[in-house]
Design a protein around this ligand. Structure first.
Ligand SMILES: *Cc1c(COP(=O)(O)O)cnc(C)c1O
Length: 361
């Protein structure tokens, strides 16, 4: 057996070992065909089965109703920042955005190029340390959608309560995708890059309401049109076959675990273990995030000094706990504990944190 470390990277990130090993076994000779899946046509029966299974499992595990289409697209979550307004915003309509952090800002910036958009709430002045309450969200007349980021990966904040608003929502769920059930009736479109909770990089998974598809702008490049991909079941052009194959395996792993309710519970438990260490440290470790919006996926924390943070990251690394450095834009430490991070990894980190404080406090 190879030496597996605990990898707390924010993305791409740790994946279930079972999934990696299964893929390894199948890699050179896929199901006795004498070739790898990634050497095959995407129009053949082998890939078709892989593709359709991934689509169906995504729908099943997330509980997406029949009036949503499931799409695998390239360009990651980032391309969705532009595709959403390009497809959906019409002249005279406005797109509202919740300014919750770095990723929401990215979505907003791209949308500005294609339509009339505004911040219905902006957390910038507060350093992006919380999400808004529904009564703080100010929607203007003519608003077509409210764009939210359910979990801000860099700031470590999550939307604990879904906004109560009277326009459809569009959500970037990249960093807490399929980690809890969602109220589908509130959404027109849900999207995320694959490389956090779902698999390797190379695809965005998009759920889009069918009635929205019927009413999208058509004067844009073919690849950029949701309805083109929906009509072709995400086989309009060559899809990222390896990524989708791996996502299918991760989804099967999620289903075998017991699905979203089990995953949601585990996430709360894992995050809770780390926040307890922080809260019980007498302020030695600190978390800048409002308690009610603490992320279950990206736990951000600070130590008393930057020197101690450097030492912490270095010693943790040497002890097999990798990638605990916070995002370069905010500094500090960040433990990304996505669905595939086992509880043992979190427990090892929690104990390391407690010992490090004793040794250096
Ligand atoms: C990682 C991330 C993105 C960017 O994803 P790409 O697939 O690299 O484009 C966007 N939004 C959020 C919330 C993310 O965590």
């Amino acid at each position: 057996m190879t030496n597996r470390v605990y990898n707390f990277c924010a993305g791409p990130c740790t994946l279930p070992l079972e999934v990696l090993e299964e893929a390894q076994q199948e890699f050179v000779d896929y199901h006795g065909t004498g070739m790898s899946l990634i050497e095959m046509t995407h129009r053949g029966p082998e890939y078709e089965a892989v593709h359709n299974e991934a689509v169906e499992l995504a729908r099943e595990i997330y509980g997406a109703p029949d009036d949503f289409d499931v799409l695998f697209l390239q360009g990651g979550a980032t391309l969705q920042f532009a595709m959403i307004p390009m497809n959906i915003l019409k002249p005279g309509e406005k797109g509202a955005y919740i300014g919750s952090g770095a990723w929401a800002s990215g979505a907003f910036k791209d949308a500005q190029k294609y339509g009339d958009v505004y911040f219905a709430w902006d957390g910038k002045a507060e350093g992006y340390t919380r999400m808004p309450a529904s009564n703080e969200i100010e929607l203007q007349p003519g608003t077509r959608y409210l764009h939210i980021t359910s979990n801000e990966t860099i700031g470590g904040i999550r939307m604990t309560e879904w906004p109560e608003v009277d326009v459809p929502m569009i959500a970037d769920m990249s960093s807490d995708y399929m980690s809890r059930p969602i109220p589908w009736e509130k959404f027109d479109l849900v999207y995320g890059g694959a490389q956090k909770n779902l698999g390797p990089a190379g695809a965005a998974l998009v759920f889009v309401r069918k009635s929205v598809l019927a009413d999208c702008n058509t004067d844009i490049g073919e690849y950029l049109r949701y309805s083109v991909h929906a009509e072709k079941n995400s086989l309009f052009n060559t899809p990222p076959v390896f990524t989708i194959y791996m996502i299918g395996k991760v989804l099967k792993w999620m289903k075998a675990k017991g699905g979203l309710s089990v995953i949601e519970q585990e996430a709360a438990q894992k995050a809770g273990r780390l926040y307890d260490v922080i809260d019980n440290s007498g302020g030695w470790y600190s978390c800048p995030v409002a308690t009610e919006n603490r992320s279950h996926m990206n736990v951000v924390f600070r130590l008393p000094s930057e020197d101690l943070e450097k030492k912490f990251i270095k010693e943790a690394d040497a002890a097999g706990m990798k990638n605990l450095k916070g995002h370069r834009s905010v500094g500090g430490c960040r433990a990304s504990i996505y669905n595939a991070m086992p509880y043992e990894g979190v427990e090892a980190l929690a104990q390391f944190m407690e010992q490090f404080r004793k040794d250096n406090g």
